[in-house]
Design a protein around this ligand. Structure first.
Ligand SMILES: Nc1ncnc2c1ncn2[C@@H]1O[C@H](COP(=O)(O)OP(=O)(O)OP(=O)(O)O)[C@@H](O)[C@H]1O
Ligand SMILES: [Mg+2]
Length: 530
């Protein structure tokens, strides 16, 4: 072996030791890279070194050191590169690009170094971008973890140059140590992110627990509710996006909780976001988190609800209220399952199941141009419509029983019966506030009830405007029954369809169904009638 070579190997071994030591003392990869360049300097001079990470079909810049440009304490790699770009009057740095456009794509099979000795001549893989940053040549070495390519370490120089075999070999050895340091740094980042997520999850869970005790059961036995329950059961096993629609107070949130609880994600958090309650300027930071200093008041880095929901479910309530800007952001998360924190450059991948709810008619919102059509399609993969209470009068007796029992128990009362008229009036009322209204009415009633019989004061349930418009003023239940029977006779018991009784009366088929049940009409008796 020739003398210079032995010398190179010896100093190489020393260097490897030095880098290994740096790697074991610094958690920040930027610091490791800095000592790496310093260690190499006597033999090979570089102006910058960067670690690039493979991230699915993309590569992203992970850390960097630029000679003569020390980082401020705690400064991120992104900020460092931005400063550099500013100095050179260039656009903000590009930190992520498709793998196919990067020289790393040449390494995936071979694990061989990639050399560019002159960015003026060799412009492949966007080398002209390097040149604009003053880089004239670079050598990139694969970073491997258990034999799998995880990224590269790129040594850059402001002068064009060739690399001797000895240099390449030295850098290859060094890159093995860098591989370990990078794996450690990535593992550490993952642990840190998981820890943050756990903290936020815990925090959110504590909020949830309080609410959950109220959200125990979905009570009701009507056919339309059974359909909803069947849908919940079916969809909960999957990761499909669910869109829950229905009037206010019908139990959409209850349904969302049920889907999560029955899903394989039940062990993780269900994170709720009320899109209507958040001011437009805060919603992005709530959903996606923010980096420290990204806006006035962002004193700490904070992870968003999408990150907190990782592994679990996110419940986007009142989705119809999102601004068009947020609709775009959400569309991207749904399509690509990734996002960036506000003011951040790191792409964050999430494994989140999305459940959305709204009491708006989203299809109509799309027609009116207030809601993006593409987002609507993404959301409504599996729509669940929770029927209005007036359309399932069958559920009223059980719900009344359930709420009376619970509320009486809470108030230490003994209520054993329900006044028959009270129940009838409840079954005929249109319940614009649905179950929430029913619950409130019962709560008031229970407070006022002195004895064992639950009774509502006459006039408690005033007929709503909607109900008035579909029935003749002053119509008595008896007359209503006669009218429906007459129409049913005409349609031979047919309720739905253009020739059905519902269309003739001018109400939804489900509404008529529930009225028929409430009025105890036997619809089957009209079938054979000619
Ligand atoms: N089937 C049901 N059984 C028992 N309680 C129910 C049922 N449906 C709804 N509730 C109760 O009614 C109240 C309203 O339900 P929820 O908040 O889920 O409605 P929502 O559809 O989300 O309403 P909004 O559109 O106003 O947000 C809650 O207290 C809920 O527990
Ligand atoms: Mg709700």
């Amino acid at each position: 072996m020739a003398e210079p070579d032995r010398h190179a190997i010896e100093t190489g071994a020393q260097l490897v030791l030095r880098v290994a030591k740096a790697a074991s003392t610094h958690l920040d990869l930027g610091d490791v890279l800095e000592s790496l360049v310093a260690g190499l300097r006597p033999q090979v001079r570089f102006d910058a070194v960067a670690v690039v990470i493979l991230d699915g079909d993309y590569v992203r810049m992970h850390s960097a050191h630029i000679e003569g440009m020390p980082r401020n304490p705690g400064e991120s790699m992104f900020s460092l590169l931005s400063r550099r770009a500013e100095e050179l009057k260039l656009d903000p740095p590009e930190t992520k690009r498709p793998l196919s456009q990067s020289h790393i794509s040449t390494m995936t099979g071979s694990h061989l170094p990639y050399v560019c000795s002159d960015t003026d001549v060799q412009t492949k893989f966007g080398a002209e971008k390097y040149r604009r940053h003053g880089i004239r040549s670079f050598i990139s070495l694969p970073l491997l973890k258990h034999g799998t390519l995880i990224g590269s370490v790129d040594f850059m120089s402001m002068e064009k140059r060739e690399f001797s075999e000895g240099e390449v070999q030295l850098l290859q050895e060094v890159s093995e140590i860098v591989s370990i340091a990078v794996s450690n740094a990535l593992a550490f980042e993952e642990i840190k992110a998981l820890k943050e997520q756990l903290q936020l999850e815990n925090h959110i869970l504590q909020d949830e627990i309080v609410q959950r005790s109220i959200y125990e059961e979905i009570v009701g036995s009507s056919t339309s509710l059974q359909k909803v329950l069947a849908a919940i059961e079916k969809v909960s096993a999957t990761d499909t996006t669910v869109l829950i629609t229905g009037e206010t107070g019908t139990g959409k949130e209850l349904v969302a909780h049920a889907i999560h609880r029955l899903s394989p994600r039940a062990g993780r958090a269900l994170v709720k976001v009320n899109c209507a309650a958040l001011p437009a300027e805060l919603i992005a930071s709530e959903l996606f988190g923010h980096e420290k200093g990204s806006f006035t008041g962002a004193l700490q880095q904070r992870i968003g609800r999408f990150e907190a929901a990782n592994g679990g479910t996110i419940f986007l309530d009142e989705i119809g209220e999102l601004t068009s800007e947020m609709q775009i952001a959400l569309l991207r998360v749904l399509q690509e399952k990734e996002f960036e924190r506000v003011g951040g450059n790191k792409t964050i991948h999430t494994d989140v199941r999305v459940i959305a709810a709204t009491n708006r008619d989203l299809e109509h919102e799309v027609e009116e141009g207030r809601f993006r059509k593409d987002l609507y399609y993404r959301l409504s993969v599996f729509p669940v419509e929770v029927p209005a209470l007036r359309d399932r009068a069958d559920d009223i007796p059980v719900l009344v029983d359930y709420f009376i029992a619970r509320l009486a128990n809470r108030m230490g009362k003994r209520i054993l019966q329900i006044d028959k008229r009270t129940l009838e009036s409840m079954q005929q009322y249109s319940w614009p506030g649905n179950i929430r209204e029913l619950q409130n009415v019962i709560e008031r009633g229970v407070i006022l009830t002195g004895g064992e019989v639950f009774r509502l004061e006459p006039g408690t349930l005033r007929t709503s405007r909607a109900e008035k418009s579909t029935s003749t003023p002053g119509q008595q239940p008896g007359e209503k029954k006669a009218e429906i029977e007459a129409v049913l006779k005409e349609t031979r018991g047919r309720i739905s369809g253009p020739d059905g009784a519902a269309a003739k009366i001018g109400v939804a088929a489900s509404t008529l169904e529930s009225r028929i049940r409430a009025l105890k009409i036997n619809k089957h008796q009209f079938r054979g009638d000619r």
